[in-house]
Design a protein around this ligand. Structure first.
Ligand code: NAD
Length: 326
């Protein structure tokens, strides 16, 4: 039995690591995200059931991908984490219940759209943009300052001369993605699988002139060391960033009940097609920053936040069913 489980784990790890390489390093995935997520969930379950058999090279041990050669490396003094994820409202309710039990009270959650792009970090010194990087493996990222400077949504000077690191998502708007792929098709170049991979491929160019032509944009969603600025909640952090002149997604909503959280999910599940950018779910963040500090993080994800992923589009599921029946 053990040998069989070990074999199954190894097969999943090998598949997931190949898909991660294609997704994070080559920016050319060969499977849909839900296929990756299903295999990942299967591996997590096996590892929970057989903790002694957990392998060192399991993707559940680490964040994201490799750091590409060709870029200078940036140490993230505060690690850039991923997010735990759930795929149903019931699992989400379980998460909020457990957290409430842990901290001894019901919590308010800042609900945000989960922008389907790639995480970036921006450093401002006395209000001037001086450094920008990718998440990389969470501890070490790639220095992409020159590329980020080409993105018009990133102010080179803030409205106040603050020294601050902020984090957020770089994405390619849907219409830019369609135009880019049309142009690539005409030139006989391979097309990008989705806006997320197009954004990643565009941002990790050694020639920033190429990045400049790709119409990327950003939304910021974290202020690092918020206490320095008297910020006590996530909702306040978003407002403060706006006041500094940073671009923030305006669809966030502070929810104080599970019903409100569920309504937020339903609203954006229905409206996602109308948005100018892709989202793949919603993110719940405990609004109170003291609570965030108390519950802390695992090596990979915060314990005070969670992503709810939308189910795959019907179109994708149909493709999968066909693939499985041939
Ligand atoms: P993730 O994308 O599931 O979630 C974490 C990320 O969400 C954060 O790092 C941040 O970049 C982003 N995010 C967007 N909006 C946010 C907001 N408002 N607040 C906070 N964060 C926000 O996790 P990940 O570790 O980047 O990637 C794992 C996912 O990548 C998998 O679930 C899978 O769907 C996909 N993946 C796909 C393949 C494939 O072959 N198709 C391979 C590897 C990974």
């Amino acid at each position: 039995m053990e040998a069989q489980v070990r074999q199954e784990m190894q097969a999943l790890i090998s598949k997931l690591n190949t898909w991660s390489q294609e997704y994070y390093v080559n920016d050319q995935p060969t499977v849909e995200d839900y296929v990756y997520d299903e295999a990942y969930a299967k591996l997590l379950k096996l590892e929970a059931d057989y903790p002694d058999l957990k392998q060192a090279d399991s993707p559940t041990n680490r964040v994201g991908g490799k750091v590409l050669d060709g870029f200078a490396k940036v140490d993230h003094e505060i690690p850039m984490l991923s997010l735990g994820d759930v795929f149903s409202k019931a699992e989400l309710a379980e998460f909020t219940q457990k957290l409430a039990e842990n901290v001894g009270q019901d919590l308010a959650y800042n609900c945000e759209l989960k922008i389907d792009g790639l995480a970036i970090s921006l450093t401002y010194e006395k209000g001037k943009f001086i450094k920008g990087s990718t998440r990389g493996n969470g501890l070490i990222g790639e220095d992409i300052t020159e590329n980020l400077k080409t993105i018009k949504a990133i102010p080179l000077t803030l409205k106040e001369p603050v020294s601050v690191e902020v984090r957020g998502e770089c994405y390619m708007p849907k219409d830019s993605f369609v135009k880019l792929n049309q142009a690539r098709e005409q030139e006989g170049l391979p097309v990008f699988a989705n806006p997320r991979n197009a954004a990643a491929g565009s941002l990790r160019q050694l020639d920033s002139k190429i990045t400049a032509q790709r119409n990327l944009s950003v939304f910021l969603y974290y202020v690092m060391e918020p206490e320095k600025f008297g910020i006590t909640t996530q909702a306040q952090a978003l407002k403060q960033m706006q006041a500094w002149g940073l671009k923030v997604d305006e669809h966030a909503h502070l929810a104080t009940s599970q019903a409100e959280i569920d309504a937020y999910i339903d609203q954006y599940h229905d409206q996602r097609q109308e948005l100018a950018y892709e989202i793949d779910g919603i993110v719940l963040k405990a609004n109170d920053l003291t609570t965030q500090k108390i519950v802390g993080n695992t090596v990979k994800v915060p314990r005070w936040a969670i992503a709810y992923k939308f189910p795959p589009d019907e179109e994708e599921t149909v493709v999968r069913d066909i693939e499985w029946t041939v």
